[in-house]
Design a protein around this ligand. Structure first.
Ligand code: F6R
Length: 240
């Protein structure tokens, strides 16, 4: 595991964006798994900037969204699919048919999960972008999740539900209580993981992720078992 501590959130964004841009420039069919949330947005903005400057062409990019709410249509303003579309995909030249998202509004979610697993099996993810939740989750793999798990439906825990108030929901009652997520096993099959954390609020969970025993109590501890993972922190997130 490589840990990179940078002075500012901006430098974290630059580091992450350059990892993705370098992959896209050098690989014929680059496959990237994208996380939502506030952490990677700065990096996404820099990718958009690079695209507009003509420095990178995303037409061959294959994109997988990491997770989604259950019971929310893909085009719902608060869905993670809409988040990724508006914050990144609509602003670069990735092809619509190359963007894969988990549709949590479908009746048969087992089928949705199985199909997603197949898709990822056939398109191994080169770089998976990850953030860490305040309870240590990765994707929506909450504490207690199977460390080998595949794409599945989860009951969201209170901390994750509350955090959704940062994602545009105004009332707690509006926030879905279930999510659908790539499993930890699915995430660990990516060739490379980029785990990003910024800000002082993350310093305790970052310390736990890096120092507590690897267990499903803190799902993000599992990343330490990956043989190609970079943890990118700003000074504040690295504070402990
Ligand atoms: C979102 C996701 C989550 C977030 C985590 C951190 O797709 O997978 O695990 O990465 O909740 O969220 P932020 O970045 O908002 O602190």
């Amino acid at each position: 595991m490589e840990i990179v501590i940078l002075d500012s959130p901006k430098e974290v964004d630059e580091f992450v964006a350059s990892q993705i841009v370098d992959l896209v420039k050098t690989k014929e069919r680059p496959v990237v798994g994208f996380a939502t949330g506030s952490t990677p947005v700065g990096a996404y903005n820099l990718m958009i900037e690079q695209y507009h400057l003509g420095k990178v062409d995303f037409s061959n990019l294959i994109a997988f969204n990491l997770d989604e709410y259950v019971g929310v249509k893909l085009d719902h303003p608060r869905s993670f699919a809409t988040f990724m579309r508006t914050r990144l995909f609509d602003q670069i030249n990735v092809k619509k048919e190359n963007i894969y998202a988990l549709d949590g509004s479908k009746q048969d979610l087992t089928q949705v999960c199985n199909e997603y697993e197949k898709l990822i099996e056939n398109n191994q993810i080169d770089i998976q972008i990850l953030g860490v939740g305040m309870n240590g989750h990765i994707g929506y793999n909450e504490p207690g999740s199977d460390l080998d798990g595949k794409t599945h439906v989860v009951d969201l825990q209170e901390k994750s539900i509350t955090s959704s108030l940062n994602y545009g929901f105004t009332k707690i009652e509006e926030v879905p209580t279930k999510g659908i997520t790539m499993g930890i096993g699915t995430i660990m099959k990516a060739k490379k993981l980029l785990m990003i954390a910024k800000g002082k609020d993350k310093k305790d969970i970052v310390k736990a992720m890096l120092e507590e025993p690897i267990s499903s109590k803190i799902p993000s501890t599992i990343i330490r078992q990956h043989d190609n993972v970079i943890v990118i922190l700003d000074k504040e997130a690295a504070g402990k």
